[in-house]
Design a protein around this ligand. Structure first.
Ligand SMILES: [Zn+2]
Length: 397
């Protein structure tokens, strides 16, 4: 499963200047607000507070009534819970409002124009958001082209697997939504024949078929939203992500917060523990008689307080200059402390595999001899952060 990745190394300034999607929450919230306003507008246009007139009350239940009632139910549910959908609301809002506009137009309701207006505005908003996404993807692609190092590296199987995991999960969600949609529609059309021709009075003011039709429509819309998201992600990954390994600065940028970090403080690498005179390994085996060397080999062992090479006395003997020169050695530090980091964002680089902008922020990987790989399979992708939230405590003298 290993593949070859091209290494790109953007400059600190270019990385910090990459367009962000800091307004992503606002994008979804605005789409939801369009839905709320349209639903309220349609209620006013149809004078929904008045009781049903006689023909509607005593009239027979028709197929169009199922779609109409389902769409109103859906619009109300979207108005209440749509703010929880995040980015999905961008795709969902125009679909929910169009689903309401169609039966209301066919049945000659006054609200039809309101529904269509809301659908058009929310569709326009979705197009604007898509254009912004496209703009960022192009910027990421241009930055990659401008930052090519000419070096390549093998990408290990853990990184590739973790990258595919996001797609697997998305496809699973898509299948679940499709199954729910089929179930909802099957139940709706299964109930429909028994309700057709009866009046609202006889149905007791509620109809099961319209309820299941609303559930079926909701699941169908979520399936479309998920398909759009995964399609866009697949396109972006194919275009810039899959074959690139980014060496990103530790300063502010699109991805500047590390989703997990391995804190090696207090640890001694295994090869250093093999130096003559070091008794860290002996001390470790005395404390953990059952530990196998192969198991700890990758992470190292805790430095012993009494080791002549790595113990407390040795550290106390160091001059300030010697200590500074060794400052990046993890064994100098207490196991409970954070390792020091250079204040210069260019000094140490973090590695990201598959970064493709906000649609997929990449898998954090580490350098191994001749390759890069994630620490374990199914590592979570990195997160894109709001630049205002970024304030490193260590970035001071
Ligand atoms: Zn030692």
């Amino acid at each position: 499963m290993a593949l070859t990745g091209t290494i790109v190394r953007p400059s600190v300034e270019a990385w910090a200047a990459l367009p962000r999607r800091a307004r992503v929450r606002r994008e979804g919230t605005f789409a939801w607000l369009i839905g709320v306003l349209t639903t309220a507008g349609a209620f006013i246009a149809d004078r929904g507070w008045e009781s049903l007139d006689d023909p509607a009350w005593a009239g027979a239940y028709r197929v169009i009534d199922m779609f109409g009632l389902a769409s109103i139910l859906l619009a109300v549910v979207f108005s209440v819970f749509g703010c929880l959908l995040g980015r999905h609301a961008l795709v969902a809002a125009p679909l929910v409002l169009s689903a309401a506009a169609m039966p209301h137009t066919l049945d000659g309701y006054a609200s039809a124009a309101v529904w269509w207006l809301g659908a058009a505005v929310s569709a326009l908003w979705a197009v604007i958001a898509a254009a912004r996404s496209w703009h960022q993807l192009r910027a990421v692609w241009r930055l990659a082209q401008a930052s090519l190092t000419g070096r390549t590296t093998a990408v290990g199987p853990n990184a590739v697997r973790s990258g595919n995991r996001a797609f697997r999960r998305g496809l699973l969600r898509l299948l679940l939504f499709l199954a729910a949609a089929c179930g909802g529609w099957a139940l709706a059309f299964g109930m429909l024949p028994a309700e057709l021709g009866r009046t609202y009075e006889e149905l007791g003011e509620e109809s099961s078929s319209s309820f299941f039709a609303a559930a079926g429509t909701a699941a169908s819309i979520m399936a479309v939203a998920e398909a759009v998201r995964q399609g866009w992600r697949g396109f972006a990954m194919g275009r810039v992500g899959r074959s690139l390994v980014w060496e990103i600065p530790t300063g502010p940028g699109v991805v500047s917060w590390w989703p997990y970090a391995r804190n090696d403080a207090g640890q001694l690498p295994m090869d250093a523990a093999e130096a003559p005179g070091c008794n860290c390994l002996a001390e470790f085996h005395r404390s953990f008689p059952d530990a196998e060397d192969e198991v700890v080999g990758d992470q190292g062992i805790p430095a012993s307080d009494y080791c002549p090479l790595h113990g407390i006395d040795r550290i106390n003997e160091l001059t300030a200059g010697e200590f500074t020169a060794l400052a990046e050695e993890p064994w100098l530090w207490d196991a409970g402390s954070c390792l020091p980091e250079p204040a210069d964002p260019d000094a140490s680089r973090l590695l990201l595999y598959g970064f493709a902008g906000h649609t997929f922020a990449g898998i954090p990987v580490r350098k191994h001899p001749g390759s890069v790989d994630a620490d374990f399979p199914d590592v979570h992708p990195a997160h894109e952060v709001d630049p205002e939230a970024f304030g490193p405590g260590w970035d001071k003298p």
